[in-house]
Design a protein around this ligand. Structure first.
Ligand SMILES: [Zn+2]
Length: 288
């Protein structure tokens, strides 16, 4: 008998929780769902920098050294790419050649190379490759950009996110309220960047830096910055201001999109992007 009462009580409690969950789900449905930049631009978030033609060259090195994080043996070089000079450091056990490391750097948009200069100042290790980082793909801040070896397109996608942190911190040296301004911009724009970005204000900012990099890429023959600004103008203007504060050199204006020698795969991606933009505009204009 006693057991029955407990079972009944449990049933009531469980029922109450289930109802709450249903109510919450219903409230979520009632709320107009915010759109997400990563969803809209997903079709073109591939192959970043694959059409970059600038090659990195070794200025000096290698110098034998111990890795900052774990004191394991590694090698360090100074390299030049475009107008930037920075260090590349590779842990011996990472099994990565300098050539393969440079292929990753060559895919980064010119304007973001400033981040590699910042992490090469003084005793900093520059773009540093470790065999492992405790499960993470990369860590970045004004003092370091550590990552594990990845395929070039994936590596570049990771680097432009970390560059977002590095350049934000450098900009914050001049304007200490920059992240508060970012939170304001997020509210104004009324759109999300990514699920990951929703977890923290500074991750929203770093993932915006990532999508800005993809939208500025010449893989498409032209870039999509105008469309990015259309959907997220407050973040867009603040990020360009932060790039200037961080000392990044703006890239030359993109070449006119005359050679549209897209692969069939890219034609499909561009069509999908156009469809996504159209649907997002319709939702924005009718949802308001
Ligand atoms: Zn991050």
């Amino acid at each position: 008998m006693k057991h029955l009462w407990i079972l009944l009580a449990l049933a009531v409690v469980t029922g109450a929780i289930a109802n709450d969950a249903k109510q919450e789900a219903k409230n979520d449905e009632d709320k107009p769902k915010r759109q997400m930049l990563f969803t809209i631009f997903r079709p073109i978030m591939h192959d970043i920098g694959s059409r970059n033609t600038e090659k990195a060259e070794v200025v000096s090195g290698p110098v034998e050294m111990k890795m900052a994080n774990n004191k394991q043996p590694g090698k360090q070089w100074w390299v030049r790419l475009d107008q930037s000079k920075f260090k590349v450091t590779i842990e011996d056990s990472a099994g990565l050649t300098l050539t393969n490391a440079l292929v990753c750097a060559e895919r980064i948009p010119t304007v973001y190379l400033r981040a590699l200069e910042v992490v090469s100042e003084d005793e900093k290790a520059g773009l540093a490759f470790y065999k492992t980082l405790g499960g993470a793909a990369a860590h970045g801040g004004q003092s370091y950009l550590n990552m594990i070896p990845l395929k070039p397109a994936r590596a570049a996608s990771v680097i432009v996110h970390e560059a977002g942190h590095i350049l934000e911190q450098r900009a914050r040296n001049t304007d200490k309220d920059i992240l508060e301004k970012w939170a304001e911009a997020v509210k104004k724009d009324n759109i999300d960047v990514s699920n990951y970005g929703n977890g923290a204000n500074h991750e929203d900012q770093a993932d915006f830096a990532r999508i800005y990099a993809f939208c500025s890429d010449q893989t498409l023959g032209s870039n999509r910055l105008a469309e990015l600004r259309e959907f997220s103008p407050a973040r867009f203007d603040l990020w360009e201001n932060m790039l200037t504060l961080a000392g990044a050199r703006q890239a030359d204006a993109p070449a006119p999109a005359k050679s549209r020698d897209y692969s069939e795969q890219w034609k499909k991606r561009i069509k999908q992007l156009e469809d996504n933009l159209e649907a997002a505009r319709a939702t924005r204009d009718h949802g308001a």
